[in-house]
Design a protein around this ligand. Sequence first.
Ligand code: MN3
Length: 210
Amino acid sequence: MPFELPKLPYSFNALEPVVDAKTMEIHHDKHHAAYVAKLNDAIAKHPELRGKSVEELLKDINSIPEDIRTAVKNHGGGHANHSLFWEIMTPKSGNPSEAFVSEINKMFGSIDKMKESIVLNGMGQFGSGWSWLVVSGGKLKVYATANQDSPLMNPASPAGGGDIPILGIDVWEHAYYLKYQNKRDEYLKNWWSVVNWETVERNWANAQNR
Ligand code: MN3
């Protein structure tokens, strides 16, 4: 099988009480596992695509054979988005470095204003989707996408090759409903206390070199 479900870098209950253990277990073992399985089913129909990374597939989504393009967009997006999501959460949140904060201040005014925009975008996303912090043409940007659409496929990216997601919050109901029910705003506000700033910052640094 070309794609595999990555292991969670912590236990199911590690992010309690912000994200409850049951949500984490179903989210990783059922939802993410299903995206991986369905992505593999799609790729099995086109062996010429084997060996490509999920990022490569998404960046070049319009060159994917039409009969599997929607499956790659949805399940490849689901695989890429969740793989990032697990890595940018941690029970030991910490703080972003001065260099990163100064870049955030330059673009958004303050870290609180950036968080506020990401929360607002997440609240404004009707139905399922994600709220993102991306690097777009070398600059930090925030926006939301529907369903499992990855910023890597963004056709409006100034670089032309999509944006690079460095932080993303899953706003599908499966990400919060067991604990928060209809209170998406509460989930979005609490979520910041489990952000792995070290990883977000590493993603930011890597995005500069691409
Ligand atoms: Mn999800």
